[in-house]
Ligand binder design. Sequence first.
Ligand SMILES: Cc1ncc(COP(=O)(O)O)c(C=O)c1O
Length: 385
Amino acid sequence: MNNWSHRVADIESFKVMDLLKRAKELDAQGHDVVHMCAGEPDFATPAPIAAAGIAAIQEGHTQYTPAAGIPPLREAIASFYQQRYGLDIPAERVIVTAGASGALLLVFATLANPGQTFMMADPGYPCNPRFLRLLEARGQLVPVTAADNYQLTPDLIEQHWQANTAGVLLASPSNPTGSVVHREQLELIAQTVKSHAGRLVVDELYHGLTYGFDATSVLSVDQDAFVLNSFSKYFGMTGWRLGWTVVPEAAAPEVERLAQNLFISPPTIAQYAALAAFQPDTLEILEQRREAFKERRDILVKGLRSLGFGIPLTPEGAFYVYADASRFTDNTFDFCWTLLEQDKVAVTPGIDFGDYQANRYIRFSYTTSVAQIETALARLRARLS
Ligand SMILES: Cc1ncc(COP(=O)(O)O)c(C=O)c1O
């Protein structure tokens, strides 16, 4: 008897999963697949963090922690805001979560009532509307283009605001476009959202992975915003499942109460490991990796442009290039399958990130070495010329 809930029936899978499965099969058959699908760094967790994790197990830190996280980690995250952004954030506003995924669920559950919407850019991170669906709310997808810097703008927010809009979600840098909302624009967006008495949530997951500059946290311009962040990307800890949210003071007890009920606590060993994430030796490793990502981005963007892919704006952050492949195909889903089967290059079709012109786009992740990126470019060249 398959009487599953409507909620679960409405949640779509990642379309790329079948592609990934096939890429793994090809690997197992001995094919040399270039993997540019993954949304995670290819680098292992930095050694000081791994060592702190091992020590945590050996010292017996294996039980539940407070729901909002261990106090020293909340303090360390708060201090990081001082160090990186010059911001004074009390540790009580920091709630440690099971990845940004845990933070997304907590924040949306705190802010969205059934029937309400959160406005967000299309293309964007596909799980966002699904979290809202789970809460009987909805993601309100607004198409964005290169002319909008692939981000919601104050005008777009104004145009699309509805009576049931609870707020706006930005992701800066964005997955899949790598575009960044800069300080002035953040200020204007914060004002626009406030003028409608809405809530602003900013996913700052790819902070630290911007190239040539540091991104502005929304907390520099709006203390009422909710911030999502994670140890997954910049800190190279995807599998440890640890993130955090910074919430306004009044929201902290609400979010904490939800966290107690939903998760009991974030992963304990990961929290002790993450205490080493802000040490100077760790940050030095992370900054070297950031340089490596920048080099990869530059090579990939230049190479794809020379092949005829449309990349009107150089992505400023994250580790993705969202390239317009309409010169070569009107169906990037099929095109990605061909690339995988025939050329052994694994990339993600636009359809995984929304509806708007999705069939024109491909997301390339530069979470692989320069040598592998060069190989992928050579294989693309052979196919397209
Ligand atoms: C924009 C964005 N937000 C949130 C997440 C969730 O990340 P995690 O739960 O690993 O912190 C991802 C993962 O790829 C992402 O790209």
